[in-house]
Ligand binder design. Structure first.
Ligand SMILES: [Zn+2]
Length: 474
């Protein structure tokens, strides 16, 4: 690879407000077409926009979480263009004075932190939706017009499609922790456009960039970028020139197709929105938004490693979703063995969550009950194998583990005298194996242990049985 890859991403995140950004219309996804509209979002003459306070607060939280500078005063502008999904003929957005400036995201790439700086985060409204391929006509749905969005713009500091993927994941995680976006890419709640250019290593000047659109998954973004790197490399290698263009990614064919040559900002004739006052934000308001924020994913991940002495890999998995991290910490209140609790959540609990298709918070198996179950394992009351049985019953019925253990008779037998009788009987019944063991075939120990476990129906304490086997054969 002789070129350095330069990538910048623009992410549009739909804010989880109950109503649109400038009118009281609801924003429920999947409602029948054209049932969520009013004179404001249809842009009828004489209607006036009123800014949604919650949308501003969500933008402030995003800005604080991403280390932005919050502008004490910002303004909305009209971005003028004609398109059938935009009845007003302009989109209300922020242009030269956005609500959040600068900012950064810290990625952990193979354990090494890398900072990606942000240019800005601004508020804007979404356009409506066009539905094509319906006979000869295209259909228009106003429901999405005026849905509140934040646009998060990065500096061109990403150096590979894989870094772009990590950056997207980090932003998604922050938005989910803040509960300000559901991040559902299939429903369009999170959308990403990418700018990409190549330049020879060591050259300061940026190459000509192209824009990629229409990626509907994070993997799609990664693949589209890989495809565009190959395309640009081939053009440059053959002595050609990169044209500033927009390409649409086609996930089915794994290729891009040119869409249009890029408009310049002046094509949009931005000017301040005359119907909205400047947005003034007091320090006190910013403070209140900050106080309402939860601990963010990265600090929480680092704290889990330091405080609970679990591996970075486990901390990653446990903090991937806020509800899982909450579940983990609640279970720890009951059972103070972080690696054990973490191991069970990553294995059994997340498997059940995946199978049952409900969130972890809705499980009948509460974190306190999981903790109580694992305490029984730690106290050697039940074996790990028995714990799995109890776990599935708990999941189905939502009972306390102690009750289920008693019901199923799973109490582990650790009583030496009782176990010794069992082991003696097995050794007496297997004279050939005993003589082979005594002449050096020590691997047979596991055979005797297995027989004893069978005889106790899995309830014998394996450590104790193992000790007795060595003792009686020694
Ligand atoms: Zn409306």
């Amino acid at each position: 690879m002789k070129y350095e890859v330069v990538i910048g991403l623009e992410i549009h995140a739909q804010l989880l407000t109950k109503t649109k950004i400038f009118c009281p219309c609801p924003t429920i996804f999947g409602s029948p077409a054209n049932t969520q509209g009013c004179p404001v979002c249809l842009g009828l003459p004489g209607s006036l926009p009123v800014l949604n306070k919650t949308a501003v607060e969500f933008a402030l939280m995003a800005g604080l979480a991403m280390d932005c500078t919050i502008a004490p005063e910002s303004i909305f502008s009209r971005k003028n263009y004609f398109y059938p999904d935009l009845p007003k003929g302009y989109q209300i957005s922020q242009y030269d004075l956005p609500v959040c400036r600068g900012g950064r995201i810290i990625l952990d790439i193979d354990g090494i932190p890398k900072t990606i700086n942000l240019t800005r985060i601004h508020l804007e409204e979404d356009a409506g939706k066009l539905i094509h391929d319906q006979d000869a006509d295209s259909l228009f749905d106003v429901n999405r017009c005026g849905t509140p969005l934040i646009e998060i713009v990065s500096e061109p500091e990403l150096r590979s499609p894989q870094e772009a993927y990590s950056y997207l994941s980090a932003i998604k995680q922050i938005l989910e922790y803040l509960a300000i976006c559901d991040c559902n890419m299939e429903e369009g709640s999170l959308r990403c456009d990418a700018n990409i250019s190549l330049r020879p290593f060591g050259q300061a000047k940026l190459g000509t960039k192209t824009e990629l659109k229409n990626m509907n998954t994070f993997r799609g973004v990664e693949k589209a970028l890989e495809y565009e790197i190959e395309r640009q490399t081939a053009v440059l290698d053959s002595g050609g020139v990169i044209e500033q263009q927009t390409f649409l990614w086609n996930a089915a064919t794994g290729t891009t197709a040119p869409m249009r040559s890029k408009e310049d900002a002046h094509d949009y004739r931005y000017f301040p929105e005359p119907d909205l006052a400047p947005l003034r934000i007091s320090d006190e308001w910013v403070g209140r938004c900050g106080a309402a924020m939860p601990e963010l994913p990265r600090p929480r991940r680092l704290r889990f490693v330091n405080e609970y002495k679990i591996s970075p890999l486990m901390a990653d998995a446990l903090t991937a979703a806020r509800a899982v991290a909450d579940y983990f910490e609640e279970a720890l209140l009951q059972c103070n063995d972080a690696p054990l609790v973490g191991h069970w959540i990553m294995g059994e609990v997340l498997r059940v969550v995946k199978e049952s298709d409900t969130g972890i918070a809705a499980l009948s198996l509460t974190p306190a009950r999981l903790g109580a179950l694992l305490n029984l394992v730690r106290a050697n009351t039940i074996s790990a194998a028995a714990a799995k049985k109890v776990f599935s019953v708990m999941q189905a019925r939502g009972d306390d583990p102690g009750k289920i253990v008693a019901e199923l008779g799973l109490n582990q037998v650790s009583d030496s005298s009782e176990l010794e009788k069992v082991v003696r009987a097995i050794l007496e019944g297997s004279p050939q194996e005993v003589s082979r063991y005594k002449s050096g075939d020590k691997k047979l120990a596991s055979f005797f242990i297995g027989q004893a476990m069978k005889a106790t129906k899995g309830k014998g304490n394996p450590q104790e049985i193992s000790r007795l086997v060595s003792k009686l054969l020694g």
